[in-house]
Write a protein that binds this ligand. Structure first.
Ligand code: 48H
Length: 258
């Protein structure tokens, strides 16, 4: 057993996928529930999708469930998506189901990868690529460890037809675009409005409505959608995240095929 052969196997396999991800249909920032669902449905339609996740783990806010109780709640509307991923649901009461958040992450991650999604953990999307026609056309990438160590290391870039912002509460990509391009987002004042305090019912409903293109080539997904449009948070209920991921995928697919 040669250690160098093991090292070459890892390096070559990773580099092949990374090089393959430099020209893609859809780049997704964030591997939380909404980003993974979006990636899965896009890959299922035959599109080339890569997900870039800042942290060592995937799943975003899911492993912590509600206040570290590792369970998530899904309402009737999200049930078919959970079934599509083969995730077990226990009925709690009419229209409400409980899932094990760790099973949910494992199943989503495995189904994405089997469908052809490339998931890169420990890589942060730190900026976007933009062209004169005022269209977002890719992501600027760096190792998360570079940022955490506060090193000055220049990034690399990947081109994509569409970028999905699935970075959660902080809506990082939308905020970067607002900061660098000005208040030109497709919101009332062109800015990120910021998420409101908890109101589960309103937050869940608004999420789907707020999942849309907010700048040419940039689509909101998951918690980002409510953060951008100033709608409430909803706590550990996840049906909206799943439906938002599916809707973001439908919008992105249309844009890729236009
Ligand atoms: C790469 C990044 C970057 C970056 C962040 O927070 P998430 O789980 O996001 P959603 O929207 O899929 O799900 C939200 C849900 O988990 C949640 O928080 C709920 C329901 N909250 C309700 C409430 O009331 O609190 O995942 C986002 C992912 C994370 O893994 C981040 O590490 C990652 O995005 N990320 N990845 N580049 N710039 N910024």
């Amino acid at each position: 057993m040669d250690e160098v052969i093991i090292s070459r196997a890892i390096t070559e396999s990773f580099m092949k996928d990374f090089l393959d991800s430099l020209n893609i249909d859809v780049a997704i920032a964030g591997a939380g529930p909404s980003g993974l669902v979006a990636a899965y449905y896009l890959a299922k339609k035959g599109l080339k999708v890569s997900v870039f996740e800042r942290h060592l783990k995937v799943g975003g806010g899911m492993p912590g469930g509600g206040m570290m109780f590792n369970r998530i709640v899904v309402q009737e509307e999200g049930k078919s998506i959970m079934k599509e991923f083969g995730i077990g649901l226990k009925k709690y009461r009419k229209g409400l189901y409980v899932a094990d958040s760790l099973e949910t992450i494992g199943a989503m991650c495995a189904r994405c990868i089997r469908e052809g999604v490339k998931i890169f953990n420990l890589i942060t999307v730190e900026d976007v690529v933009i062209r004169e026609d005022d269209r977002i056309s890719g992501v600027v990438l760096n190792w998360s460890a570079v940022g955490w160590s506060k090193l000055h290391v220049d990034p690399l870039a990947a081109k994509s037809k569409v970028v999905i912002d699935a970075t959660g509460h902080d809506a990082e990509i939308a905020r970067i675009v607002e900061k660098k391009i000005g208040a030109k987002l497709f919101t009332e004042d062109g800015k990120v409005k910021g998420e409101r305090s908890m109101w589960a019912e309103v937050g869940e409903k608004a999420l789907l409505e707020n999942t849309k293109e907010i700048y040419p080539g940039l689509i909101t997904c998951g918690m980002v959608a409510n953060a951008v449009f100033g709608s409430p948070r909803m706590g550990a209920i996840f049906g909206g995240m799943l439906l938002s991921g599916k809707k973001a995928a439908q919008i992105a697919e249309k844009k890729c095929k236009a």
